[in-house]
Design a protein around this ligand. Structure first.
Ligand SMILES: Nc1ncnc2c1ncn2[C@@H]1O[C@H](COP(=O)(O)OP(=O)(O)OP(=O)(O)O)[C@@H](O)[C@H]1O
Ligand SMILES: [Mg+2]
Length: 202
């Protein structure tokens, strides 16, 4: 089982991933909780490079898409594939849908090329389910607080485009995507998440 949590910054991915891992463990599964970019030595270095605001490091949107994809390629090859082969269950915060939404819809990079890049990085490995935690950017950025990373600093207008991008992606793959109302309390969101997992868990 490979499940991905997606959504704009501050929507509740980390919170809900932890809940989901607990639920799976209760069912006796061995679960790996991963986040993107990261989950490997290279990935964590790239994460820090991409997300830490640093006036001396300029990253153009194309380079940004490639850096995320490099981290993803490493994660897929060295962690995801072996874990799935071992029968482990995986809960991953973000996957290539983030690249399509953030660098594609958000920054205007070519969606077709980003699809090809993502296919190359993931070798077409797709999750069973994508849970899209949907919340308005104002509320989400409010949750994040004051210490914004480089991406969060792009502000609410950018996040609106990213959110819209996620909605378009979800309409393209209705069997894989489920939209979760993430404006609700942590418990209520968690209950929705489990409902949206019911068919793939049975
Ligand atoms: N349903 C909720 N209602 C209110 N606050 C929430 C909810 N879910 C998470 N939070 C709080 O909002 C903040 C952001 O949540 P979380 O870190 O889970 O989001 P995230 O999507 O992982 O963010 P990021 O994209 O920055 O990693 C945290 O302080 C968390 O406790
Ligand atoms: Mg998080």
């Amino acid at each position: 089982m490979f499940v991905v949590l997606e959504g704009i910054d501050g929507c509740g991915k980390t919170t809900q991933a932890r809940r989901l891992v607990e639920e799976f463990e209760k069912r006796g599964r061995e679960v790996l909780h991963l986040h993107e970019p990261g989950g490997t030595v290279l990935g964590e270095k790239l994460r820090s490079l991409i997300l830490t605001p640093d006036a001396n490091v300029e990253i153009h949107s194309r380079a940004e898409a490639l850096l995320y994809s490099a981290a993803r390629a490493e994660l897929v090859r060295t962690v995801l594939e072996p874990a799935l082969e071992d029968g482990k269950w995986i809960v991953c915060e973000r996957y290539y849908y983030s690249t399509l939404a953030y660098q594609g819809y958000g920054l205007g990079e070519d969606p077709g090329l980003l699809h090809s890049l993502s296919a190359y990085a993931t070798q077409m490995l797709k999750p069973k389910r994508v849970l899209l935690l949907d919340v308005d950017p104002e509320r989400a950025l409010n949750r994040v607080g004051k210490n914004l990373d480089r991406i969060e600093s792009r502000g609410p207008e950018y996040m609106h485009r990213v959110r819209e991008g996620y909605h378009l992606l979800s309409r393209r793959e209705p069997e894989r995507f489920r939209i979760v109302d993430a404006t609700k309390s942590v418990d209520e969101v968690s209950a929705q998440v489990m409902e949206h997992m019911a068919d793939v868990l049975s």
